[in-house]
Design a protein around this ligand. Sequence first.
Ligand code: FAD
Length: 616
Amino acid sequence: MEHSFDVIVIGGGHAGCDAAHAAARMGAKTALVTLKISGIGVMSCNPAIGGLGKGHLVREIDALDGVMGRVADKAGIQFRLLNRRKGPAVQGPRAQADRAIYRSEMLSEMQRHQNIQIIEGEVVDLLMESGAVKGVSLADGSEILARAVILTTGTFLRGVIHIGDVSRPGGRMGDSPAIRLAERIDSFGLPLGRLKTGTPPRLDGRTIDWSQLENQPGDDEPVMFSFLSQRPSARQVSCGITHTNERTHEIIRDNLARSAMYGGYIDGVGPRYCPSIEDKVVRFSDKPSHQVFLEPEGLDDPTIYPNGISTSLPVDVQEDYVRSIKGLEAVEILQPGYAIEYDYVDPRALDLRLGVKGIPGLFLAGQINGTTGYEEAAAQGVVAGLNAAAFSRDLDEITFSRTDSYIGVMVDDLTTRGVTEPYRMFTSRAEFRLSLRADNADQRLTGKGCDIGCVGATRAEAFQRKMDALAAGRAILEDRTYTPRELGEAGVALGQDGNRRTLYQVLALPDVNFEQLSALDERLADLESEVALQLKRDATYANYIERQKQDVMAVKRDESMAIPADFNFEAVDGLSNEIRAKLGRARPGNLAQAAKIEGVTPAALTLLLARIRKDT
Ligand code: FAD
């Protein structure tokens, strides 16, 4: 084993793998040190990648030549584009993944890269010299040196697993926690907090009565994560859908005192957006049932993940309530649901590179920074990986902004506002969400990635071809202007305002398609369908993006506008209950103060501004 590297990444989870790969793509000699090689790429909770907001992050990771997207494409056993009926800005690619394929594909991505060396072991200490990091030491006493170290230990720092009133130390089910490392981080005086999250029981699919259940197939035309993937390689499967009922809720209500979350056994704050079934029954007591998706964990695996019923109730109660659900009357539980509580570092201790302020060479990424989710973790991994490599070679820092990416939004949110509960991505967190679409992540970031030096030759060439084709298509569309009469003859109905328009402007109209426009310029018929589709999306959003800029500028301009002391936040239409409650509690004096409250999104600020203007 070598003992000297440019970058050491601690942890082979989602943040760690994308961090190690990003550093390696930058040319840094990288050690990926993790507790178990078999744990590389393990999905601790749901067997799925992507979704609303999260799918955007995966596309951005891919645009920078990161690994999560292409691994998810190889492991995907059901692809669905969420919000398909809404506009592309809020559509989120999602895939169910075969856990075993995901793990083995991730491992081979790590093994294939010549700059990555995988080392199995527990990091117990960080080696320091003159206040800067210089390496790590392992539980077996060995030392590994590097100029930069990235910590990506997820839920392992002082992790405690809870099932009912039974609790024991654990990083996740089947793994020990990292206690010595947590103590070491504590000794640096970093601000630490405690968070919690939970997972549902895993069910034996062979004991489910599928004949009673609704079926949910994937999309007929799967939308892939990676800009380089064509189609799924694994067999595609359906999920089942069932529902909890009054009896299920009664069992849960009767046993709330025995739940780790409700019985007072856990101090940490949990994810509001991924509530446990106990939470749902209490918070939404008027709802007689909740949907449960029964998702296969793999093609050759009978394990089913019941999405929607995570819990920390004792095992006997889990058995009772699960068996009260239609189709699950005779189900066997393979692994009980549980909650986990763990340390996180207040991310305000970090800068935009995800480097720890005041400790040169130390970077943090993933759940350790108070986030939740594989995608949030991997995206931070990319930022930390690129910067650790840059630091180790005295190169300029690499940062992302709120205007170029969801990655930039997340890092800015974390480092300036911190977290009060596990942070997950939503499209509403981005003020520029009409331009930060999943479909154009490559147009936004691959060029930047090429400049940084983290994009390989295959992607760079494919990207250049696509950009050339888009530019050529756009040039045709903007070649000349047409009168409304000329357009009308091609079947494009416009008011007779006499204004001449380019075909790019016309393409922005909802019902206009390329076939109609090809009648006006036959060169358009030769465009590849993907290029035509992307031009249509870009044209559609062009006008809205202008409006978005004005909205953002309006909020900036009126930042100091006073919010009356008796302002009724409940009366602002369109705000979520969560944001209403946060504003009502904090009672900010102006918009700038409102913007600093964790969880108050740019979309909420626009709504708030409109209401203040209306009232005053
Ligand atoms: P992890 O994937 O946890 O990886 C950490 C890695 O660090 C592991 O490989 C581990 O072996 C390694 N490691 C730890 N300590 C050391 C050490 N001292 N030395 C060497 N290696 C070390 N996300 C959601 O979006 N929704 C949910 O509902 C949800 N529920 C969850 C429920 C549970 C019970 C758990 C455990 C997680 C849940 N998650 C959920 C979170 C999701 O699993 C994480 O957000 C994601 O895995 C974080 O990635 P990460 O890379 O930061 O950490």
